[in-house]
Every structure is written in C-alpha cells, then in structure tokens.
Design a binder for this molecule. Sequence first.
Ligand code: ATR
Length: 277
Amino acid sequence: MREISGRTKTVALFGYPVEHTKSPHMQNAAFAETGIDGCYIAFSVSPGELSGAVQAIRSLGMLGVNLTIPHKEAVLPLLDEIDPEAVFIGAVNTIVNRNGRLCGYNTDGRGFMRSLAEAGIAVAGKRVFMLGAGGAARAVGYYLVQEAASLIIANRTKDKAEQLAADLDRLRPVVSVIASSDPGYAALCGEVDIVINTTSLGLKEGDALPIDSAFFNPRHTVCDLIYHRTPMLQAASSQGARIIDGSGMLLWQGALAFELWTGQPAPVDIMRKALGD
Ligand code: ATR
C-alpha cells in the first residue's frame, strides 16, 4: 500500500450498497502505476445522504467521484454542469471537481464501445439488436445509433422500448422496436449481426434467458453488459457465436473516468489485471 500523505487527493465511489465493488482495487492500481498521489475509497451513501455527500466533494476538495446504484439519476440536479451525453442518458456515473464546479459525465456507453473496439468488433454498418430499454440501454444506445446500419430494440415493457427508440431515432433515424409476439421476430435472427443484452436477466442464478436460446448462429456477435459469462452467453457460444461479456465495459468506463479525474492516460492493462485479481 502506498503511503497516504497530506497531499494525497481523494476519489470516491458513492453507492448503496458498495461492499462488492471492484472499482477501488482497479483505480488504486492505476494511481500506483502512474505515480499520481491519489486514492479511491468506496462510501456507502444512503439516498437521503446523497446531497450532503455531493457537497462534500467540494468541501473536502476531492478530485471527483463515481456514482452507482441508486444515485446515477438522482445526482443530476445537484451538479453545476452536465455533459450532453449524460443529459441524453439521464444518468451520471462520474463527477469531476473543477475548482468547486461539479461536472457530470457518463462513461458507460463510451466504455462499452471501447470494449467492442478492443475486441476488434466494428459497429459501423452493422445491424444491431438490443434487448432492454432501461438506463444501460440508453447509455449504449446513444453510441450504437451513431454507427449502426440499424438498431432494433426489444423490451418486456413495450412503451419503454418505444420511448427509447423515439429518442434515439432523433439522433439518427435507424431505430425500430419489435415485440417478441411479432411474426417477424424469428426471422430477425438471420438479419442481425450483433445482439446486446442490456437487461438485468442473467445477474441472478436461475434467471430466465432474455431471448430464446435457439436464436443464435455463428455469424452473430453476442454481448452482455453483465460482467460474467451469463447463461445467454453460454447458449450463444455453444451455437458458435462470438461472445463478449461486460467486464470490458467495466474496465473501460473506469479507465475513462480515471482520465477525466487526472487528465492523464489510464494504465489500462494494469487496471485490467487488477479487475481479474
Ligand atoms: P439498468 O440501469 O441496469 O438498465 P433499469 O433501467 O432498471 O436498469 O432497466 C432494466 C432493464 O431490464 C429493463 O429493460 C427491464 O425491462 P422493463 O422495462 O420491462 O422493466 C429489463 N428487465 C428487468 N427484469 C426483467 C425481467 N424479469 N424480464 C424481462 N426484462 C427484464
């Protein structure tokens, strides 16, 4: 452990709960590698304490924070400036303290795209099928829509899919919605290149698959934002599809946040190794 001195700058995670986060391990490895005199601590902040905790970023002179469940949306009105991408997503996962001005960003969507690029997967010109229409779908959809040939959204609650599709379609008109009851649903499998699960199905043992396990074929690239190899990814892999789990997104959203706080390139390989420890 590096020594903490009077000059050490602090970054924190605000969440509720935070006990299982890997971010301190990953970010402290980055501080150690770069020699930047900083440290990263996780704070369990209940919803009622969020506004006081955000004020503490200023009063304690912290470099910034990460936010996780349940604070990503609730924090918006407490900030001085919000990046346009985070405004669209309606959620902030990173705050940078610029001399007392708190600026909000969302690095999740860009992190996901970097994880795809790193795996050699180009979205440009591809037909993308996205499962889910919640906050995570909005974050990755913001980027997918800018590059994909088409983006099809399916969600349990169709109204939410339609709202997200309308918002994304305004950025680039390539978006549509499909219901699993639609007669064209089965044919989709032959028509899409990339399938992305943004729903929470697969987080817990015993969860149903977010899509029929027979859907996949070897031409598909199948991604899950969940950090581990979910049953959906296992099914896709056994049918010859290329699979990508959410661990790359976790890494890259953290690397992008590190760069926002420090203004320096993140030591990505060291951070990746820390995540795998
Ligand atoms: P996140 O920020 O992780 O995206 P969220 O905004 O609560 O979380 O969104 C969760 C997503 O998972 C939604 O698309 C949700 O579908 P609904 O809009 O119909 O709620 C989806 N989801 C969660 N549990 C589900 C389930 N049991 N079956 C199908 N979809 C589910």
